[in-house]
Every structure is written in structure tokens, then in C-alpha cells.
Design a protein around this ligand. Structure first.
Ligand code: UT7
Length: 336
């Protein structure tokens, strides 16, 4: 590849809602226990929106924070990519609504992509293509998921897992020539798409034969198969992505994985032979926040002193589709 412009990660932000739902709280809904949930998933509590708060509100605050860190102003952004599988509306897209709220000029393109929990990595690859080709210069990526609205709260097998949250990233052409993406791969396998699905509700035109299957708009998941898929596919993939960056596993400073299950995180950690201090996990407090989980873990990791900037990290995501992806990135000083 020639003449590909390098990308700089300029700012990262996040936002989680205030309301905390503990495992103990969930015992009011069905027969479960803190011990069962914690030992199988590593989750103790999750955050959920309350009242009229939406993924857009969370995405707005995450974007403001990422833009502030980046030093870019709304008028500098020339493309907005939303990554969401649980937005408040199918359209207008979350990205379009945020363009208005953030006062980003109303002629720049704004669209959402759906790659479930791999959304941030997919969006980063799309942004990399745009910047690399010189089509857009400075892109706002907003990953925000309001999972609590599409969770089936009668299903103890899935509703224990998910939480709400948002992360945002401003990426721009690296004018110093240093590319912050050392390697990035995304993949999908639609053959096993039924492992996690959310069917849209709705009926056919009343003048034709009605459809039998009316979706309920809720998350359905075959947890065992997703678990097996994740522990067999993702660790090897992450290792391959690191190899593609030209680095050795031990040279990468941090693993910042999608937060789906502590045992899945440990499977990746074991493959890379990383000590605990190199692995960022906050699933205990937020559960699975889908596309937002990686940027939340990154920024919180910096805030809590677990991540030192001026370092490198491997990010990885996986989820419905099935989709998965990984990236080895440079984390410059001052990005969060
Ligand atoms: O971004 C990707 C998102 N998804 C994932 O990463 C999901 C990956 N999968 C998982 O994390 C695990 O499959 C779960 C944590 C969701 C479930 O753990 P499991 O060990 O696969 O449990 P299971 O669904 O096979 O259920 C085992 C038993 C069942 O009882 P019986 O049939 O053996 O009597 C369930 O009814 O545990 C029961 N069970 C529960 N018991 C107490 C299921 N959910 C609960 C619960 N509390 N919340």
C-alpha cells in the first residue's frame, strides 16, 4: 500500500449513567445470586439509564470529553461515525442527532454502523480507511449502547450481563507521520449469526399474508456457544494481530479487551502470557457495555493509574454477527 496517510488517536472520552444495579438488586427480578453471577462472569454491578436518558445523552458527554482532550473544536470534525447496536432510534441515526447536539457543521457526513460489541474496532477501521485515503481528516467515533432497553429482564441468562455506557474517540491525520495504528483486523462469520440476535418488531402489510415470526426487539443469546466461540477464536486472533504489527506479545504494554466475561478476558490473557497489571478489566463494575466497553476501560484505566500513556496496547472486541476485531495501537500522552 502506498500513500496511505497515518492516523493519530487525538482524544478519548467516556460516560456511564449514574444508576447502579447490583447483583443483589437483580434477585428482586428472578432466582439468582451474587455468587452465581460473579463466579461465572466477574460482574458485581452494572450501570443503567433511568427516566428519559438515552444512548445519545451518554454519547454526547463522551464526545465532549474526547473532543476536549483532542483539542479539536466542533468545526474541525469532518465526519461522524456512530457505533451502536442499542440506539434510541434506528433513524435519525445517533451520529446525525449528535452532529446537531455537538454543533458540528451540518454538512459533514454522519452515520451509524452496527457491529455489536466489535463496533469500536469496526469504526476505527472505517475511519482509518477514510483518513488513509485522504477523504476526511478528523473523525469523531461515538460508541454508545443502551443495552438495558433491549435486554429481556425476565431472562436471567442474559440480563445479568449487560449495562449501558458510551465511549468516544477523535482520530485525525497524523501530520508528524507517526501512525497510531500498528495493526488492525476485523472479521465476521454470519454462519453462526444466530448465537446472538435481536429481531425487529413489526408486521407485514395488512393486505398480504402475515409473517409468523414477530420480533420482540430484545437480546437473545446462546451463552454457551458465544463463550466457546470467544475463547477459541479471539485469543489466537489477538496474537495474530500483534504479530502483524511487527511487535512481540511481550513488547505490547497493555491488553484492553471488550468486557464480556472475566473468564473470556482471562483466556486472552493466558494466551498472551500477560501478568494481571497488563490487563485492563472493569467488568466488575459495568458488565458488558457492548461497543463502549473498550474506550471506557481505556480512559478509566488511565484515570485510575493502571495505564500509563506514551505506551502501546492491544484492543480486541467480539460480539453479535458474529463479529470480532483487534488492533494494536499507540496511546500518546494527553489523549485521555
Ligand atoms: O459480547 C458478547 C456477549 N456475550 C457473552 O460474552 C456471553 C458468553 N457466555 C457466558 O458468559 C455464559 O454462557 C453465561 C454467563 C451467560 C452463562 O453461563 P453458563 O455457565 O453458560 O450457564 P448456562 O446458561 O449453561 O446455565 C447453567 C445453569 C442453568 O440451570 P440448569 O439448566 O443447569 O438447571 C441455568 O438455568 O444456570 C442457570 N442459570 C442461572 N442460575 C442463577 C442461568 N442464569 C442464571 C442466573 N442465576 N442468572
Amino acid at each position: 500500500m502506498t500513500n496511505i496517510k497515518p492516523l493519530r488517536i487525538a482524544g478519548v472520552g467516556y460516560c456511564v449513567p449514574e444508576t447502579v444495579i447490583t447483583n443483589q438488586d437483580l434477585t428482586q427480578l428472578y432466582d439468582t445470586s451474587d455468587e452465581w453471577i460473579y463466579t461465572r462472569t466477574g460482574i458485581k454491578e452494572r450501570r443503567v439509564v433511568s427516566g428519559n436518558e438515552t444512548a445519545i445523552d451518554l454519547g454526547f458527554k463522551a464526545s465532549q470529553s474526547a473532543m476536549k482532550k483532542s483539542g479539536f473544536k466542533p468545526e474541525d470534525i469532518d465526519c461522524i461515525i456512530g457505533a451502536s447496536s442499542a440506539p434510541p432510534q434506528l433513524y435519525p441515526t445517533m451520529a446525525s442527532t449528535l452532529q446537531d447536539k455537538l454543533e458540528i457543521p451540518n454538512n459533514v457526513p454522519a452515520f451509524d454502523l452496527t457491529a455489536a460489541c466489535t463496533g469500536l474496532i469496526y469504526a476505527l477501521q472505517v475511519a482509518r480507511g477514510f483518513i488513509g485515503a485522504g477523504i476526511y481528516k478528523t473523525i469523531l467515533i461515538v460508541a454508545s449502547d443502551n443495552n438495558s432497553k433491549i435486554t429481556n429482564w425476565d431472562d436471567r441468562g442474559t440480563s445479568i450481563l449487560f449495562g449501558d455506557g458510551a465511549g468516544a474517540m477523535v482520530v485525525t491525520e497524523a501530520t508528524d507521520g507517526v501512525d497510531d495504528i500498528l495493526s488492525l483486523k476485523i472479521s465476521a462469520n454470519g454462519t453462526i449469526g444466530e448465537y446472538i440476535y435481536t429481531d425487529m418488531p413489526g408486521q407485514n402489510c395488512p393486505l398480504v399474508t402475515p409473517n409468523d415470526k414477530v420480533g420482540d426487539g430484545k437480546i437473545h443469546m446462546n451463552g454457551k456457544e458465544v463463550y466457546k466461540f470467544a475463547v477459541t477464536t479471539v485469543p489466537k486472533y489477538v496474537e495474530e494481530c500483534i504479530a502483524a504489527s511487527g511487535m512481540k506479545s511481550e513488547e505490547v504494554d497493555y491488553l484492553i479487551p471488550h468486557q464480556a466475561n472475566q473468564r473470556i478476558i482471562e483466556a486472552i490473557q493466558n494466551r498472551l502470557k500477560y501478568s494481571d497489571d497488563k490487563v485492563i478489566s472493569n467488568i466488575k463494575y459495568y458488565g458488558n457495555t457492548s461497543a463502549a466497553s473498550i474506550p471506557i476501560a481505556l480512559v478509566e484505566g488511565v484515570e485510575q493509574g493502571k495505564i500509563r500513556l506514551g505506551s502501546t496496547a492491544v484492543l480486541c472486541g467480539f460480539g453479535a454477527g458474529m463479529t470480532w476485531g483487534a488492533a494494536v495501537v499507540r496511546l500518546r500522552e494527553g489523549i485521555c
